[in-house]
Write a protein that binds this ligand. Structure first.
Ligand SMILES: *Cc1c(COP(=O)(O)O)cnc(C)c1O
Length: 397
């Protein structure tokens, strides 16, 4: 990261000699693509989230593609999701030649409003793709209940949510058990743990898991790992269309080290988020993110809603001038040019809250190398920026 000495970035992965050593071991082993490290990472990840199966892939976008395909999403089908997400969420639906159907987000948060889902269901609805945005679990209990009632599978875009938890039938469980049918994770460096790029599909369904493993490797009937160790000549077949969505053993080795750190990383992120919320409560009208009683975020991102009199661009520029990087809140997919054509999506509701969220929210730096003093300083800067803006917004006397 090429930040100036005093520039605080928005995010920063935690990587050190442990990851270097892990990669070294793999390089010297001579087997660098999908192999024993991937298998071990999958077992360890499945244990961590409490899933029966975890299947590693190249990234979360490919995970979402396989998940949607697996529950039967195809040409002419509809998938209910949110526009207020990273573009990959809806792109994966379009890879299946299906139509993303957008519903708005909830009031006071950035996740799918469960009240809007039922009315968006049509005879073509093949899946609900909900997102745990910024690491904050969405209202899965209600979304899964709707999915069950209509026999529509629920896929969780858990790209940001490794280490997040949800209260499920009285027990705290990790996102990825999964509580829907399939949960998809990302290990991009912007997430809480990283493998450079990488993804994971978690499911309780044996048949789904078998398909993920087939499809990620060109639908090859006998994987190279098996042929490599075989005492007899084996010819593989390709019974159906597949993909190259593999994770490499180099990535998986890094992932295993990252996974060992994950619980501690989340603990520290939760402390930093709490401190932000305490410090920022002094800014009247600023909306700090809040966990519902049934959710524990991993705080992949800490996103605040600015009051009307505090302009987003001005506030972000003023922060940058003071050495603090920030990012605009989550994008809205339906506003992008790639979604401009009417065949590219359908809005099942007004998307007013989504649009407002994009225009008025700001993501503040949150990474475990930060100190409590950094958080206090950022809050102080924002307080002074807000004070100046508020004074300017008052009618001249
Ligand atoms: C990061 C992200 C993705 C994409 O993950 P990749 O691993 O980069 O493909 C998908 N959905 C959401 C909500 C994300 O934040």
């Amino acid at each position: 990261m090429s930040d100036a000495p005093h520039q605080l970035p928005v995010a920063k992965p935690v990587l050190d000699e442990r990851e270097v050593e892990a990669v070294r071991r793999v390089v010297l082993s001579g087997w660098v693509t999908q192999g024993p490290e991937v298998a071990a990472f999958e077992r360890e990840f499945a244990d961590f989230v409490g899933a029966a199966h975890a299947c590693a892939v190249s990234n979360c976008t490919t995970a979402l593609h396989l998940a949607l395909k697996c529950v039967g999403v195809g040409a002419g089908d509809e998938v209910i999701t949110v526009s207020h997400s990273f573009i990959a969420t809806a792109n994966a639906i379009r890879y299946c030649h299906a139509l993303p159907v957008f519903v708005d987000i909830e009031a006071g948060g950035y996740n799918m409003d469960p009240d809007l889902v039922e009315a968006a269901i049509t005879t073509r609805t093949k899946a609900i793709l909900c997102v745990h945005q910024l690491g904050m679990p969405c209202d899965l209990r209600r979304i899964v209940e709707i999915g069950k009632r209509y026999a529509i599978p629920v896929i969780e875009d858990a790209a940001c949510a490794a280490g997040s938890e949800i209260l499920w039938q009285g027990q705290w469980e990790r996102i990825g058990k999964p509580h829907g049918d399939i949960a998809c994770f990302s290990f991009h460096p912007r997430k809480v743990v990283t493998t450079g790029d990488g993804g994971m599909l978690a499911t309780a369904n044996d048949e789904y898991d078998r398909k993920f493993r087939l499809w990620r490797q060109h639908s090859m009937s006998v994987p190279d790992t098996v042929r490599h160790g075989a005492k007899q000549v084996i010819f593989e077949g390709y019974p159906e269309l597949g993909y190259n969505y593999r994770m490499t053993d180099l990535q998986a080795a890094i992932g295993r080290e990252q996974l060992k750190r994950l619980a501690a990383l989340v603990t520290r992120r939760r402390e930093l988020a709490e401190q932000y919320t305490r410090c920022l409560s002094r800014i009247a009208g600023l909306q700090t993110p809040a966990e519902p009683v049934w959710a524990r975020s991993n705080w992949q991102s800490y996103c605040v809603g600015l009051p009307g009199w505090l302009d987003q661009r001005n506030a972000m520029q003023a922060l940058l001038d003071r050495g603090v990087s920030s990012r605009r809140g989550i994008m809205n997919i339906h506003l992008e040019q790639a979604y401009a054509r009417s065949e590219s999506h359908r809005a099942a509701t007004t998307l007013g809250r989504s649009v407002t969220a994009q225009q008025t929210s700001v993501i503040l730096p949150l990474f475990v190398q930060m100190t409590d003093a950094d958080v206090a300083l950022i809050a102080e800067e924002l307080l002074s920026i807000a004070a100046v803006a508020k004074a300017a917004a008052l009618p001249a006397l």
